[in-house]
Each structure stands twice: as structure tokens, then as C-alpha cells.
Design a protein around this ligand. Structure first.
Ligand code: ADE
Length: 348
């Protein structure tokens, strides 16, 4: 099926997201694209996203391979969120979201996490930039770092590298020990701080990622809880931001925490008519797992490498990451780009 690529709405180190329109139906969707030769991460994302179906997860719509300007492109198609990301929402509200709204978004993210974790998936890169805002609420997106947790899953691998965004890494992840579902809960705590303050969970460390990773890994310190939040909100944060992953609450427990509990009923009412299922489950596994690689926004590191070697390697690498916490995806929604509207052959 033909589709037309429209404006670019987000750009990361590993892929570009454009609005796209299906020629036949006129339906609008989002196409996350990268040159085929660099598409391992995007294919990993497709592999996981294609199995998921939940109102709190961005809806998978298929994938295809196209030829554009003489380049072979890999495209992952998903629902388009016109309102953009939670990160955009913070910026639009001048850096701070009201607590009632934080509660509502948090509730939806926790529901998404509960679904993911009970499906045996860990996201590994929860942060405001990876949460999309849609008419039916917040949805978890960007599964480029995600992995299967169950060792029985055919795609699970004991050698999966540790991945994610340093500022949002849980202590056990920063130490390179493990990255299970509790790591997503720590990152959720960091995301709540980001919503409340419009700043990184470690605002004093923006220019020194090396020290923030050491601090997270070995100091036992927690990010500062915003003083203006209610007791309920701070208590919720304290359940997420436990240095010991075993002491952290699970998504299932958090759903019933008083900070988000009040949204349980209204959510069910809002979503009575919401149904979604993967458009297709595709068997495309041309990729091999990454041994050690890094991207501008988030890093992949092998479990076995020591923290200092890993960090040192990142600094020495000429593709040194941009550690500014807010710059993972350059959102260019307002600044409509004159992207060439190539006609592609693909599904929609
Ligand atoms: N940015 C990243 N993914 C997106 C999507 N599916 N819709 C809108 N903006 C996005």
C-alpha cells in the first residue's frame, strides 16, 4: 500500500519520526524510519511492539522497507500522537505540570507498565520523551531499548546489554548488575520529578554524566523530591525511588496507591470503547543483538564491562553522547520542515 511521508515530528540519534498518510484511506500515522543498514534497533523495537496491545502502549501498525532518494529505508508504522510527547507538554506548560495532571499521567503510565511487565517486557527507557499524549491519555512509546524478561521467551537473551538514559537509570542498572522491571519503576519516579519540576531528576549533574552515574550507582542518594508536591505524591515517589530494587513497589501495587487510585474508575469509563490490537504480527528477525554500542540519547553497555571502562569508552568515542537531558528527540513539531514528500511503497 502506498503512503506519503509528511513532516518530521521528532529526530533522535537512531531514527526519525515523520507524520505519514495512507494514500488510499487518507489515514494518518507515524513512521519511524532509519536507513536499513542501521536499522537493528528499530527492528528490535518492531519485534517487541508488534506483540503488544494495550490502550497505554502506542499502537503498532506494521512495518515496511522503502527506497527513498536512492536509500533503502526501514519504517516502523505506529499511531500518530498529534499532541506529541509528555516532554512537549511540560515545555508547553512552561516547565511544570499541575499535580492532578501528574497523577493522571502517572496512573496511565503505571497501567502501561503493569501490562508490559505482566507480558514479560521491560521498557528500559521510561522518561517523558518516550511518553506520547493522545486523546485517550498517555501512552508508552519507543521500545528501542526494551527487552524480554522471561528466560523462556524465544527472543530473551542472557547477554542483553544494559540500556537506557543515564539520568533515569536505577542504581543496579548504573552498576551494570541487572535491568528488570524494577528499573522501569525507578525511571517512573524520575519521570514524575521531570513532570513536576521540568528538570532532570539530577539537575546539578547535567554537565557531568560521569559523576551522576557514579552517584546513582554507589552513593545511595536519591533524587530530590519536589517540596511542593502533596504527601500522597511524595509517598508514591518514595515507593518508586528505593535504591534496593526488591523494595521498590511493582506496577501492580502502584496502581492502587492513593496518589493514582482515584483515576482507576474514570479511566475505565473513558476507555470502554477503546480497543486495539496489533495490525500484524510480523516475523522479521534480520537483526542480531548489539554487543556494545551507544546512541546519542541512550546507551547500550554490556553487563560484563566495568562502569569506568563503559563510561570511559563513551567519552572516548567520537560519537560522544549529548548528555543534555532534554535533547534526546529534537521535536520540530512547530518548525514545520520542508521534508521531501517521497512516494513510498509500503503498508498502512
Ligand atoms: N514522536 C515519536 N513518536 C511519535 C508518534 N507516534 N506520534 C507523534 N510524535 C511522535
Amino acid at each position: 500500500m502506498d503512503w506519503i511521508r509528511g513532516n518530521t515530528v521528532g529526530r533522535g540519534s537512531s531514527a526519525t519520526v515523520s507524520v505519514a498518510t495512507c494514500c488510499r484511506s487518507g489515514n494518518v500515522f507515524a513512521a519511524k524510519s532509519v536507513e536499513f543498514s542501521h536499522s537493528e534497533m528499530l527492528q528490535r523495537e518492531q519485534n517487541i511492539l508488534s506483540t503488544l496491545s494495550s490502550p497505554q502502549i502506542v499502537k503498532y501498525m506494521g512495518y515496511d522497507i522503502t527506497m527513498e532518494s536512492n536509500k533503502l529505508m526501514y519504517n516502523l508504522m505506529m499511531e500518530y500522537a498529534a499532541a506529541g510527547t509528555l516532554h512537549d507538554a511540560i515545555r508547553d506548560q512552561r516547565g511544570r505540570i499541575q499535580e492532578s495532571m501528574i497523577g493522571q499521567y502517572t496512573h496511565q503510565i503505571v497501567q502501561g507498565l503493569e501490562y508490559l511487565h505482566s507480558s514479560g517486557v521491560v521498557h528500559c527507557d521510561i522518561k517523558c520523551q518516550n511518553i506520547l499524549i493522545t486523546e485517550s491519555g498517555a501512552k508508552i512509546a519507543d521500545f528501542g531499548c526494551a527487552k524480554w524478561t522471561s528466560p523462556d521467551h524465544p527472543e530473551a537473551s542472557a547477554t542483553m546489554p544494559i540500556a537506557g538514559t543515564p539520568m533515569f537509570m536505577a542504581p543496579e542498572v548504573a552498576r551494570g548488575e541487572e535491568q528488570g522491571s524494577p528499573a522501569d519503576i525507578w525511571a517512573l519516579g524520575c519521570t514524575i520529578i521531570e513532570m513536576a519540576t521540568g528538570m532532570s531528576p539530577w539537575p546539578n549533574a547535567n554537565n557531568d554524566p560521569l559523576s551522576v552515574l557514579y552517584k546513582i550507582a554507589y552513593s545511595g542518594e536519591l533524587p530530590n523530591f519536589p517540596g511542593f508536591l502533596s504527601t500522597k505524591a511524595k509517598d508514591f515517589l518514595s515507593k518508586c525511588l528505593q535504591t534496593d530494587p526488591k523494595s521498590r513497589w511493582t506496577a501492580k501495587q502502584l496502581i492502587n496507591h492513593p496518589f493514582v487510585q482515584e483515576f482507576n474508575l474514570s479511566q475505565r469509563q473513558n476507555q470502554k470503547s477503546f480497543t486495539c490490537s496489533p495490525t500484524s504480527i510480523l516475523d522479521h528477525r534480520a537483526w542480531t543483538s548489539t554487543e556494545e554500542s551507544e546512541t546519542l540519547d541512550n546507551i547500550f553497555v554490556t553487563k560484563s564491562s566495568s562502569l569506568s571502562r563503559r563510561i570511559g569508552g563513551l567519552w572516548l568515542n567520537s560519537r560522544a553522547p549529548n548528555w543534555k537531558w532534554e535533547e534526546t528527540w529534537i521535536t520540530i513539531r512547530e518548525n514545520v520542515e520542508g521534508v521531501k514528500q517521497d512516494k513510498n511503497v509500503g503498508g498502512c
